[in-house]
Design a protein around this ligand. Sequence first.
Ligand code: GCO
Length: 254
Amino acid sequence: MTSPFDLSGRTALVTGSSRGLGRAMAEGLAAAGASIILNGADAGRLTEAVAAMTAAGHTARGLNFDVTDEQAVVAAFAALDAEGIAVDILVNNAGIQFRKPMLELETADWRRVLDTNLTSAFVVGREAARRMAKRGHGKVINIGSLTSELARATVAPYTVAKGGIKMLTKAMAAEWGELGIQANAIGPGYMITDMNQALIENPAFDAWVKGRTPARRWGRPDELAGTCVYLASSAADYVSGQIIYVDGGMISVL
Ligand code: GCO
């Protein structure tokens, strides 16, 4: 009997997957049997990531497009169509952080964060779901954050975008369930990533994270892989609209 977590024969597109959380989730999906389409805006970094995953024995290819460029997204999916490649699993992971108090925040920076972290998930999700609907099945996994629920000072646009990710996930579940598509989200806690390096190196912030997290440590990117595989698999065919926090317990305690 095949494991419900087996992703053999499925193809997963993970946005922002040249490194960090996206790369770790791509590796987890590959280990479960999925063919991987890595994505990134930096062609050089993407090429390196594809080579590394291929060398590790995974089936991986790159798709270089900027998730904030709608025409590039549409063209990328058209290119996959032309090759007969169907995306069964979409992980909307691409995102940026921008830390500045709102009183000093320029509107252009606000818009850039919202475009990259939220609107891109809608655009890429729509293009993927249009095709999943024709096949009657698909998985969309949006990457949220602890800031999908709780605000931290100085990261307002990120917080608003990630709160939007939680509700976009529910909207996708509402509209796409009857099409055979399940949409869920993962809320990573404080993870060891390049984006968080400045925080990790700040002794006061590092102490706050460790004190505030029941696990008393930062999370590793590979610790998201299991939840991603679960939500991408047939084991979660009756799960939709949910956000699962992989945060060492942080969101659940005062
Ligand atoms: C920050 C961090 C957070 C984490 C993560 C927490 O500045 O507070 O970047 O946003 O990256 O999103 O869930």
